[in-house]
Design a protein around this ligand. Structure first.
Ligand code: F6P
Length: 376
């Protein structure tokens, strides 16, 4: 007989489509299959510390499957093991380990197990709470598709749909005005969104972090298209793209966020550089930014989110805490959290590193075969 009678859920890190499908799958499985109660803590881990939660029953999760975002809200600045509690006299932020207070709150509420839905940072805290004796199961999440411990995460597919739709729309206006259109997409240091979105949306140039670009090669491609009679060019650029021998473009640094660097704006830089080199076309810049994180959840992400949610509860109830559900070869299995995020010793963080695009891999080679330039 499982000791678990009440499960808590949190959603941490940047939101994405499919989170509500996971919440739906967890709650319905816990209630219907195991007769277990569910509470959802709000705004990520800070909900555990501030005791901010809502009861989740079958009614609370009814009709949320298709909705983007998370009904529990999220936060990416709430590491309870190093939590900002105020400012010191010198103006710097003061951090404290408040994880014991979170555990106390959970005990008081009678929560016996926690399901944590998030990316690297959120799952690292999940590992640490598990080490403190709390049964924790992880569910991987990111639109960037850069977690090596799972073939794919929910949210990625919906973002690709958004990018593809945007590129279809940008094509028509690019054609009408003979323009060069630079479209920036997210993805941090992995080029998956740019690559797969760019392929589906018939981009002419795709710039990704894994293949540093040379601006003159992009100009060459634009001139090739002109010579061929196609007087417009669509360039998809990943926010983490960088020039040969250069660095990524940092938009801002957020002091109290675990991963403080925010990328963004490289598309604007490239636009201005191209406009200086090209007189025959106007060059315009669109940053898809947070549009990629919202919207109606795609069929794939609904199904994957639901499967992750159902399997996370099964794992918790069968003594599998300390693990994360993963998607491998079209089935759901599990992997220890320590293998996902490392053991934290000697500064080790993400054991598997980031899953990046292989410049020699099939996708890039296929793109090159059909004439797409990577600016290399
Ligand atoms: O990791 C998901 C992601 O959307 C990245 O693609 C992007 O760089 C980042 O989050 C943006 O973070 P924030 O919501 O803090 O601006």
């Amino acid at each position: 007989m499982s000791e678990i009678r009440k499960i808590g859920i949190i959603t941490g890190g940047g939101d994405c489509s499919g989170l509500n499908a996971v919440i739906n799958g967890i709650t319905k499985t816990a209630v219907n299959k195991y007769g277990v109660e569910v509470v959802g803590f709000t705004r990520g881990y800070s909900g555990l510390y501030k005791n901010a939660f809502r009861d989740l029953d079958l009614k609370a999760v009814s009709g949320i499957m298709h909705e983007g975002g998370t009904i529990l809200k999220s936060s990416n600045k709430d590491n309870l093991f190093n939590y900002p509690v105020g400012r010191k006299e010198d103006g710097t932020i003061e951090y404290k380990d408040v994880s014991d207070e979170a555990i106390k709150n959970l005990k008081y509420l009678g929560v016996d197990g926690l399901i944590v839905i998030g990316g690297d940072g959120t799952l690292t805290s999940a590992r640490d709470f598990h080490r403190k004796g709390l049964p924790v199961v992880g569910v991987p999440k990111t639109i960037d598709n850069d977690l090596p411990a799972t073939d794919v995460t929910f949210g990625y597919n919906t973002s690709l749909e958004t990018i593809t739709d945007a590129l279809d729309k940008i094509h028509t206006t690019a054609y009408s005005h003979d323009r060069v259109m630079v479209v920036e997409v997210m993805g941090r240091h992995a080029g998956w969104l740019a690559l797969e979105g760019g392929l589906a949306g018939s981009a002419d140039v795709i710039l990704i972090p894994e293949i540093p670009y040379d601006i003159d090669k992009i100009v060459e491609k634009i001139h090739q298209r002109d010579a061929f009679g196609r007087n417009f060019t669509i360039i998809v650029v990943s926010e983490g793209a960088k020039p040969k021998g250069g660095a990524v473009h940092v938009r801002e640094t957020i002091e109290d966020s675990a991963d403080s660097v925010r990328l963004g704006g490289i598309g604007d830089v490239i636009t201005r550089q191209l406009q200086k080199r090209i007189t025959e076309h106007e060059v315009r810049y669109t940053n898809l930014a947070y549009i990629q994180r919202g919207g109606i959840t795609s069929q794939f992400d609904r199904a994957l989110g639901l499967l992750f949610g159902v399997n996370a509860v099964d794992l918790m109830m069968s003594g599998g805490a300390g693990c994360m559900v993963q998607y491998r070869g079209r089935s759901i299995t599990s992997i220890p959290l320590e293998e996902v995020v490392g053991n934290g010793e000697m500064g080790e963080t993400s054991k598997g590193g980031k899953k990046q695009v292989d410049p020699e891999g099939q996708y890039v080679q296929a793109a090159k075969s059909i004439g797409i330039s990577f600016g290399d």
